[in-house]
Structure formats: structure tokens, C-alpha cells
Write a protein that binds this ligand. Structure first.
Ligand code: AMP
Ligand code: MG
Length: 494
């Protein structure tokens, strides 16, 4: 009889699960178990997040957790489910969608755990319920890259893989991402019940979101003391801030359908996303987006449009159309304000100070005129700021045409008094990342992982989790995109 259990993690205290979403009852979700995947293996894991969630220290060495987070064995006390939602896709009402390949296990310490790619659900429509290794690695790395950048996002605990074949354009292999967030509720959840005239469920859902995620919306004197208007206003503000963060770091989401918009203003559903290499404001990162609906520079307008869909969905609860519109209109102040503050930080201004609009406008025109690398420009500018030495050509070298940038640098220098340059540079280095998840970096890590070399995924994760640090040994990950990067095609296929 064994005295010691070799799989120590299984003997650690079990997670104490809550299930507030499951408790909403029938009509919101369907209970179901994940579909097992043969012979799973670890592809990547996030030790920091595991610790934060109170997982046993050795969870990533444990077969118990490997099987559980692949969906092969249930986690004790969890109540897996798939939820129903609807949504507007590419501007058109798409009807019922739902968790077609995501299975919510429950919540622990206020964080929900969800397996993405763990098999079909009643909402899979014609999909297979699976996710491929390629897209799972992209989601895993980008979630943590965004977190590292200080951008609100769903998190990723780990990716497990299996050699089971999954058919996309070609045959690929399966993987499961374990996602973590306080909630995975989307605008589309509200649209679903509103569209189907299920106003009782709509109210139940809104009350649940307010109670659990936006408690300040109840009992507030703002917005005529109407908690549902307050909710719409709060989501509007968070969404405005999130998109301002995207725009100032060069993040293109790629598929901003209303079912991919988080009620918490978290970046969610990493599919065809891209961080800009050269600054091309009209860039469309999703090769399936033929109209360019989700081009980089259209993201703020799309967010506003999506918020209108949410407002429309909440109207049966809000009752007064004028109040809903007033709440939505706040986007027009929150968004520019957030942009000016983010750019202020990128320029090294004091906390909360807004960047001069003309200075930013001129700069973005210059960057766009030569498609200058967005991340490298800001990082070099941060270093340049310390000395502001005209002989330091690091920033000028990014431009073929020098007159424009020279004039801009002169105007920029006026912002920072000589004795404050060090401080400004420090602030800039903490606001302008050295590392972002460029397409080609993800691609190289994916290719290695497809050959069962998971080292590059781990290295990238480590660097992306602290993207403002120098990591001199990983300098190559901060380089310009190679020519072949332009040929990487990222579509909705995942
Ligand atoms: P997305 O474009 O990834 O946001 O997905 C849109 C909808 O399609 C969501 O309801 C997904 O759950 C569903 N979906 C995407 N891929 C699959 C798949 N392979 N199997 C089942 N459902 C899927
Ligand atoms: Mg989605």
C-alpha cells in the first residue's frame, strides 16, 4: 500500500468553488462535461497566475491537473456549463451563438475558470468544439502580454495540447486554453435575452452583473438612481478606457463583434489580433475582414457602435431612451480623455496629465507617412529623452525624411525641462513597452511548439509578462519584424 501519494497536487486542499453563473438557473446555460482529448501534454503554464489563484504549488507537474485542465477529468466541486449568448457579427445580427467551445468550470476566489477548446456544446452550431494549438498559443501569450502591459484582459492559466487531429484549412492538432476572468459575460448575453423578449431573464442577468461586478451601480444617486443606466454608463467608461489602451499600444483586436465584448471592459477572445509593426492606422489584421470593418483606426467607433447594441439590449430595463443615450454619449468624453492621458504617459508627462493634442496629431501623421515601427519608435524616444542629444540619431534613423521628425523633436523637447529629463525618461520607459507580441514572434513560438519544443513559448511568456523591463538576453525579441512577417495570414480560423 503506498504511504505517500506521488501526485502531491491531488492531495492539496480542493478548490472551494462558487457557481454564481450556474445559479442563475436554466435558460442561461446548459450543464455538460468536457470531451476528453487523448494523451494530453503541457504546452505552456502561467505559474504567477496559478499562485494567485491558490493552486497547489506543483500543479504544473501534476497529471491530475493536466487531465483536469484538458477536460479529461472533472475538478471536484466544479459544475461545468456552456452559456448561451447572441450577438452582432460584422455589423449584422447573427442570432444565437453561445459558448460553442468554451466550458465554464465555476469560480474560485472570485475568478472564473473556463476551458476553451474542450469539446462541443449545444451551442457549437457546425463547429467541432475544438481549438488548434496555433490559436491557443496566441491566446495564451496575448492574454498575458496584455496583462503585462497593464491592459484589462481575460487571463490565461495554461495551454495543454494533444496530438488529436483538428481540421481547419489544413490538419492541425488540438489544444485547450484555461482562461481566467472575474466574468466571461459579454454584451451578447444581454442581447440574447433582449432580442428574445425574455425580459425577466434580462433583469436577472443585469442584477447578477450589478450585484457581483458593479455593486456601485445600485443605490447610486447618479443616473436618476436607475442601476441599469448606471451599469450602461460604467461599461461605457470601461470600454472607452480599454480601447484607448489598445490604440496607444498599437493593438488591433481583429474581430470586435458584440459577442466578443466583455461586460467588464476586458479584452476577450483573442483570435486574429495583431500588434502593429509599422504604424499604419488603416491596418486590417484579420484576413477574413474583407470590408476592413475592424481596421485599427476604426476600433473606437466600433466600440461605440457595440455599446449602442448593449444600450439597445438594456432598454427594456432602462425604460427611458434619453437616459440610455446620455449614458452612451459619455464615451465621447471618456475616450478622448483616456487617449490624451495615455499619450501623456507615453510622452513622460506627470500622472494623469494629457498630451497636447497637436503634438500627438503631428506625430501620428509623421509615423503614418513612413509606417514607422510603432513600438520601437516610442521606446527609442524614451531613451532619447534622457539626454536629448542631437547627435543621438536613434529616433531620427527611423525616418527617411528627417525634417519633419527634427521639428517634432524640437517641439517635444519643450515639454521637459532640462532638470526633469531623467524623470520623464523613467516614466516613458514605464509606459512604452520594449516587447509586444508581434505576429512573427508568436509564429516562431508556434512552429517550435508544433515540433514539441515549448521553450520559446515559455521564454516569450516571461518577457511579455514584464514588457517594460530590458531583458537584455532577449534583445532579439524587441527587433523589427522580419520581411516574412508581412506574409503571415491571420484569419478567424482557430
Ligand atoms: P469567435 O469568432 O471565435 O468569437 O466565435 C464566434 C462563435 O462561434 C462563438 O459562439 C464560438 O463559441 C463559436 N465557435 C468558434 N469556433 C468554434 C468551434 N471550433 N466549435 C464550436 N464553436 C465555435
Ligand atoms: Mg467569440
Amino acid at each position: 500500500m503506498p504511504i505517500f501519494d506521488t501526485d502531491i497536487a491531488t492531495t492539496a486542499p480542493a478548490i472551494s468553488w462558487q457557481h454564481s453563473f450556474a445559479d442563475l438557473g436554466e435558460g442561461f446555460s446548459v450543464p455538460l462535461q468536457a470531451t476528453p482529448l487523448a494523451a494530453p501534454y503541457w504546452v505552456g503554464h502561467n505559474a504567477e497566475l496559478g499562485a494567485q489563484m491558490g493552486l497547489p504549488v506543483d500543479w504544473m507537474q501534476s497529471d491530475h491537473w493536466l487531465q483536469a485542465l484538458t477536460g479529461n477529468t472533472p475538478l471536484e466541486g466544479s459544475r461545468p456549463l456552456a452559456s448561451v449568448y447572441s450577438g452582432h457579427q460584422f455589423g449584422v445580427w447573427a442570432g444565437q451563438l453561445g459558448d460553442g467551445r468554451a466550458i465554464l468550470l465555476g469560480e474560485a476566489n472570485g475568478l472564473e475558470l473556463q476551458l476553451k477548446g474542450a469539446g462541443p456544446t449545444p451551442f457549437s452550431r457546425r463547429g467541432d468544439g475544438r481549438a488548434v494549438l496555433r490559436s491557443s498559443i496566441r491566446e495564451f501569450l496575448c492574454s498575458e502580454a496584455m496583462q503585462g502591459l497593464g491592459i484589462r484582459t481575460t487571463r490565461a492559466l495554461c495551454v495543454t495540447g494533444s496530438d488529436a487531429a483538428v481540421r481547419r484549412e489544413t490538419l492541425e492538432t488540438a489544444a485547450v486554453v484555461t482562461r481566467v476572468a472575474p466574468s466571461f459575460i459579454r454584451f451578447g448575453h444581454f442581447e440574447h435575452f433582449s432580442h428574445n423578449d425574455q425580459h425577466d431573464q434580462l433583469k436577472t442577468l443585469a442584477d447578477h452583473v450589478i450585484e457581483r461586478l458593479y455593486p456601485d451601480c445600485r443605490g447610486s444617486a447618479h443616473w436618476g438612481a436607475n442601476p441599469y443606466v448606471a451599469l450602461l454608463a460604467a461599461v461605457t467608461e470601461r470600454t472607452a478606457q480599454m480601447v484607448a489602451q489598445w490604440q496607444t499600444v498599437g493593438f488591433c483586436h481583429g474581430v470586435m463583434n458584440t459577442d466578443n465584448m466583455s461586460i467588464l471592459g476586458l479584452t476577450v477572445d483573442y483570435g486574429p489580433f495583431q500588434f502593429l509593426d509599422g504604424y499604419q492606422p488603416g491596418h486590417v489584421c484579420n484576413h477574413s475582414d474583407h470590408q476592413g470593418r475592424y481596421a485599427f483606426n476604426k476600433q473606437p467607433n466600433v466600440a461605440y457602435w457595440n455599446l449602442y447594441c448593449l444600450g439597445q439590449a438594456l432598454l427594456p430595463l432602462i425604460e427611458e431612451q434619453d437616459s440610455a443615450i446620455a449614458a452612451l454619449e459619455t464615451f465621447k468624453t471618456h475616450f478622448p480623455q483616456a487617449m490624451a492621458q495615455r499619450f501623456g504617459a507615453k510622452l513622460g508627462l506627470n500622472d494623469g496629465d494629457q498630451a497636447p493634442a497637436a503634438l500627438i496629431e503631428d506625430l501620428l501623421t509623421l509615423l503614418a507617412s513612413e509606417a514607422v515601427d510603432f513600438t520601437i519608435f516610442w521606446r527609442r524616444l524614451s531613451h532619447w529623452t534622457r539626454l536629448q542629444d542631437p547627435a543621438d540619431a536613434s529616433v531620427r534613423d527611423l525616418f527617411m525624411e528627417r525634417a519633419g521628425i527634427d521639428a517634432w523633436l524640437l517641439a517635444f523637447s519643450d515639454l521637459h525641462l532640462t532638470d526633469k529629463r531623467d524623470l520623464a525618461a523613467q516614466r516613458m520607459l514605464a509606459s512604452n513597452p520594449k516587447y509586444v507580441l508581434r505576429n512573427h514572434l508568436g509564429e516562431l513560438a508556434i512552429r517550435a511548439a508544433q515540433q514539441k519544443d515549448f521553450g520559446p513559448v515559455a521564454d516569450l511568456l516571461q518577457v511579455l509578462q514584464s514588457p517594460f523591463d530590458e531583458h537584455p538576453q532577449h534583445q532579439a525579441l524587441a527587433d523589427f519584424a522580419p520581411d516574412w512577417a508581412g506574409g503571415i495570414e491571420i484569419s478567424c480560423s482557430s
